[in-house]
Design a protein around this ligand. Structure first.
Ligand code: ARG
Length: 455
């Protein structure tokens, strides 16, 4: 709490419920995007003649000073001022005097917060995408070294047919690649600026929402002002995308937990997996994978919290919408951390090729191969299936590497097919990296707006 005193004229009606209405603890995380939105808004007000050039310069100087204060952690946050928007506006007026009162011209907190959320979404997508690329790189690098390492493939968690460690790792790779695709698509659909919508019905002033939108890197303004202040589809999509990523991460975490158990023994219990037990001296627990799995519940909870908040809200803005930020901020932070931890875990996995080799020599894994050999000799598949099922004992020893090589259809586990898969994955990675660097440039506009010299 700061020691500043309340402003002479409070911005809003004073209510005894003020404490309940507060959102500062959560939304102060949006301060930088909020300031960048204000910079673009002020430049636009000057360009249409609503602000004199000198007034705009003064306000812009104040906004950029506030950005520096936030950077230096010297900003005097005031809990009594409801939310981040009010804190920044009151501080501006403290710094530049009454001209600060012109900042909010033609704007409402309703279009302002909707803008902040879209800017936040943009940088969140970029942040999670960077982490996902690191995870993908770890999966691909590990796969490259294990193309010729056979392992049992499972259905119903029962040994089914032979695959390779590379093929297994890449199966997870494609899931995360679709996650990236979804995140980028979500960002593209959110690429519209709500500013200009005001509280709900625009403004009587000659604003230029299109110019503000472009200045902030958006494709244009939202088409409908009622939609602009109420649409939380981008956040719902983001939370779904993050939930699915968390679920994908948790599925990989689960397999690592299993494979590190002595019952499988495919993954060595190295310190990268986690810590030990406070009581049992022999323990090496796969804590990292477990926590990756565990944090998916909380992320899905965030998605459900937002969806239920949105259900049945009348147009346009309703105060319920204030509850959208906590789940979004939580899910972004959680999933970023999960994906980063998983990337480190995957990079440090040590496969026990010995144990994998023993498991991969299990004759049961080649029962289908034997049935297909009978098919090659002309037997109907149903008969071949029955013949192999009836004669589980008479299995000749199988060389897993040779057996793997026979599964060479596109998308299959044979080394030749996995090499093709790896090349496709690399090409896809290059494409994702290009999308991400253009997103990084757009996300960088926030810092540019806050640093630029007053025009
Ligand atoms: N703290 C509010 C929110 O997050 C800002 C918008 C407030 N608008 C209003 N009409 N009270 O939604």
């Amino acid at each position: 709490m700061s020691e500043s005193t309340a402003p002479a004229t409070p911005l809003y009606v004073q209510t005894p419920a003020a404490t309940f209405l507060r959102s500062l603890a959560v939304d102060r995380g949006l301060a930088r995007v909020d300031l960048a939105g204000s910079v673009a808004h002020v430049e636009m007000l000057a360009s249409v003649g609503i602000l004199a050039p000198g007034e705009a310069d003064t306000i812009l100087g104040g906004l950029r000073q506030i950005a520096r204060e936030i950077d230096a952690v010297t900003f005097p946050w005031r809990d009594d001022l409801e939310d981040v928007h009010t804190n920044l506006e009151v501080r501006l007026t403290e710094l530049v005097g009454p001209v600060g009162g012109k900042l909010h011209t033609g704007r409402s907190r309703n279009d302002q917060v909707a803008l902040d959320e879209r800017l936040f979404l943009r940088e969140s997508v970029a942040g999670v995408a960077h982490a996902l690329l690191r995870l993908e790189d770890a999966l691909r690098t590990r796969a490259e070294a294990e193309v010729a390492t056979p392992m049992p493939g499972y259905t119903h968690l029962q040994r089914a047919q032979v695959v390779s460690v590379a093929h297994w790792l890449l199966a997870h790779w494609w899931r995360f690649d679709r996650d990236l695709d979804r995140l980028f698509a979500t960002e593209r659909r959110a690429d519209r600026s709500p500013l200009g919508a005001g509280a709900l019905a625009g403004s009587t002033l000659p604003l230029a929402p299109d110019a503000v939108a472009r200045r902030l890197g958006f494709a244009g303004p939202v088409e409908n002002s009622l939609d602009a202040v109420s649409d939380r589809d981008p956040l719902a999509e983001l939370l779904f995308d993050l939930s699915l990523t968390a679920i994908h991460a948790s599925a990989l975490g689960e397999e690592i937990v299993l494979f590190a158990a002595r019952e499988f023994g495919f993954v060595r219990r190295t310190p990268a997996l986690g810590s030990g037990s406070s009581q049992m001296p022999q323990k090496r627990n796969p804590d990292v994978a477990e926590l990756v799995r565990g944090k998916s519940g909380r992320t899905v909870g965030d998605l459900v919290a937002l969806l239920v908040t949105l259900k049945g809200l009348p147009l346009a803005y309703d105060r319920d919408l204030q509850e959208d930020k906590a789940p979004v901020l939580d899910a972004v932070a959680t999933v970023t951390e999960v994906v980063e931890a998983l990337a480190g875990l995957v990079a440090g996995l040590v496969f026990d090729r010995e144990a994998l080799g023993v498991a991969a020599r299990d004759p049961e894994l080649y029962a289908t191969d034997r049935a297909e050999d009978l098919v090659r000799a002309g037997r109907p598949f149903r008969e071949a299936h029955a013949a192999v099922a009836a004669d589980a004992s008479g299995t000749p020893p199988t060389d897993p590497i040779a057996a793997l090589a026979r599964r060479s259809l596109p998308g299959g586990p044979a080394p030749v097919a996995v090499e093709v898969q790896l090349r496709h994955a690399e090409a896809r990675r290059a494409e994702r990296a290009r999308s991400l660097s253009s997103l990084d440039r757009k996300a960088g506009l926030v810092e540019e707006l806050l640093k630029e010299k007053t025009p």
